[in-house]
Write a protein that binds this ligand. Sequence first.
Ligand code: ATP
Length: 366
Amino acid sequence: MSTHALNIKRLHKRFGDTVALDGIDLALRRGQVLALLGPSGCGKTTLLRCIAGLAEVDGGEVHLDGQCVAAPGRHLSPDDRHLGMVFQDYALWPHMSVYQNVAFPLEMQGVKANARRPQVEWALSLVGLGDFAERSPGALSGGQQQRVALARAIVAKPRLLLMDEPLSNLDKGLRENLALEIRNLIEELNLTAVFVTHDQHEAFALADRVAVLQHGRLQQVDAPEALFHTPATPEIADFVDAGTLLDGRLDAEGLALADVYLPLGAACGHRGEVSLLLPRRALRLCAPEEGLLCGRITGRLFQGEHLSLQLTLADGRTLKLHAPHAPERGCQVGIDIDVSALRAWDAEARLIDLMPRADVAASASA
Ligand SMILES: Nc1ncnc2c1ncn2[C@@H]1O[C@H](COP(=O)(O)OP(=O)(O)OP(=O)(O)O)[C@@H](O)[C@H]1O
């Protein structure tokens, strides 16, 4: 048996002149949760629909548990793919009770009424709605309706759970709770799942792996931590809000950034314009006369565990960082930089190895 629950090879999908998917290669092991993340129009929903069988593919293949379910000239219907689906708008049948909604996939599979009952009760109790079976969906809150949709998606023990923006219709507190519940449920049932989102927090909270799509192409597929700490391109860094992106200039010995010059190891090699990522963890507040950079606090948000700060440099560019304490808005502060945590790309978005000089790295992290 294939070790991959899902295997996508060179997938192409067009709508007229629009190339929605442009050669997608993606594999997912059983028990893993994958988030498809990217800006509006990048092809996330189209990819999910090709996996589900709701759209036909123009090129490439989709395999589920080693079985080819989609290729040019081959298209297994959604019902024959044994998937569970959860949609953004819940998509419950309003004229049916919660029980009937959840029982529906079993009914479609021809499971007899008395055999359906224990499975429906099992699925409803898993999502905490054991006492709501006779209600109509219209008499439930948004979060409860999405739990019913989840129960309906898992009741027939699908080989793959697909979710399209499952949390985006819910308010923030509910979103976080339901994300945790879905994650627990997926682990408890050892499900394999793919979900679409445009929200990196949702992707990071739920997924083992995150696939970033742009213009129908996969840009990076990685664990959430790796994506956040080592984004492959400046666009991905920007999209996952990994820190501040600034332009700089490298020469043989260092990096010119804003109005300062950071000496680097001689081995740096590259010269010319670079895009620089300054992760929040690379920046530390200090006294104005002690910092490598100097700036003014122009944004200061209390966020419980830390303050989220925006600093404006003399040339008007801004930096984002977190700090446990900070002076008030308008105050001048110094900013120490841990050069070893910076990430830089050349004009062709190729990653450059910055070699911090030992003395600079030491002073920045002291
Ligand atoms: N039925 C369709 N007919 C024509 N073009 C389509 C159709 N469905 C999608 N597209 C186009 O394909 C591209 C990818 O769309 P898709 O809906 O997959 O993006 P998305 O990343 O899910 O976007 P969003 O986050 O806004 O839902 C877009 O350019 C879109 O306009």
